[in-house]
Design a protein. Structure first.
Length: 250
C-alpha cells in the first residue's frame, strides 16, 4: 500500500494520494505516517508534516530517517539553527552521513556560506556514491566553484542537455531555457512524467509561470525552490488526463 501511494506522490497526483490515505485511516503503519509527512510537507502543511514525522520517531528503525526528514522540514521553514544541529547529529551515523552532509551543504548555500559548503562537500567520498548521488555531488561541486569565483567557463566534459543546471550558470538566455523545457513536450512521456501539448506556446507558458511564482512561497529542497500551481487553461497531459497543473523549479 505505502509503495503505491508513494508512486502517486512521485507522479504528482497529490489529491489521489491524500484520498487513498484518508480512506485507509485504520492502517496505522509507520511507513504510511512517513508518507503523510511527505505529502503534508509538499502541500505546505508544515506543522502537520512535523507531527507525522515526530510520531515515526517512536519506532527505533525509523528514528534516523524521520530525523533527516524533520531536519529538512526545519530548513524549509527557516529554523536553520535547529536544522543544522539535526544534520550534524545524523552525520555521526554512517548510514546517514552522506545525506546529512548534503543537507548541511544545502543549508550553507542557503545562508551563502559557500566556502563552508565547499569544504563540507569535499568530505564526501565521491567514489562511493550511487549514480544519483554522484550526479548531485557533481552539480553542487561546479555550482560552488562558480559561486566562489573559481570557475569562469563551463568544463568541456559537461553536456548542455544532460547537465542543464550547470550550463544555466553560464548561459541564462531564453533559448537555452526553451530548449530545456521543450524536452517535456515528448508525448511518449505522457504516462510517467507527463508532458506538455505538442504545439503549446512555450514562451507564453514561461511568462505565465514567472508571473505566478513572483507572489508565491516555494518549497525549498536543498538548492532548489519548487513552485506548484494551477494555470487558467490546460497545458498538457498526465497519463490520459488533461491537466492545468504545473511545477516550476528554480
Amino acid at each position: 500500500m505505502s509503495k503505491l501511494i508513494h508512486i502517486e506522490i512521485i507522479e504528482g497526483k497529490y489529491a489521489t494520494a491524500r484520498e487513498i490515505l484518508t480512506s485507509h485511516k485504520e492502517l496505522s503503519s509507520i511507513s504510511l505516517k512517513q508518507i503523510w509527512g511527505l505529502l503534508e510537507n509538499i502541500e505546505n502543511n508544515f506543522e502537520a508534516s512535523k507531527r507525522y514525522y515526530s510520531e515515526c520517531m517512536i519506532n527505533p528503525d525509523m528514528q534516523h530517517k524521520s530525523l533527516l526528514a524533520i531536519a529538512k522540514l526545519y530548513m524549509q521553514i527557516g529554523d536553520n539553527l535547529l536544522a543544522r544541529k539535526m544534520f550534524e547529529t545524523l552525520q555521526l551515523n554512517n548510514k546517514f552521513n552522506t545525506q546529512s552532509t548534503f543537507g548541511l551543504v544545502g543549508l550553507n548555500i542557503l545562508e551563502r556560506n559557500y566556502q563552508d559548503a565547499y569544504n563540507l562537500l569535499n568530505t564526501i567520498d565521491e567514489q562511493r556514491l550511487a549514480p544519483k548521488h554522484f550526479k548531485h555531488y557533481r552539480i553542487l561541486n561546479i555550482y560552488l566553484l562558480y559561486m566562489l569565483g573559481r570557475l569562469k567557463n563551463v568544463p568541456n566534459n559537461f553536456d548542455p542537455v544532460d547537465d542543464y543546471m550547470i550550463y544555466r550558470l553560464f548561459d541564462n538566455s531564453e533559448e537555452t531555457l526553451l530548449r530545456h523545457i521543450s524536452k517535456h513536450m515528448n508525448q511518449s512521456e505522457r504516462n510517467n512524467n507527463g508532458c506538455f501539448f505538442k504545439y503549446i506556446d512555450l514562451k507564453k507558458l514561461i511568462y505565465e509561470a514567472r508571473d505566478k511564482i513572483e507572489t508565491m512561497n516555494s518549497n525549498h529542497f536543498e538548492v532548489s525552490d519548487m513552485y506548484r500551481f494551477r494555470l487558467d487553461t490546460p497545458i498538457g497531459y498526465k497519463g490520459d488526463e488533461i491537466t492545468s497543473d504545473l511545477c516550476a523549479v528554480t
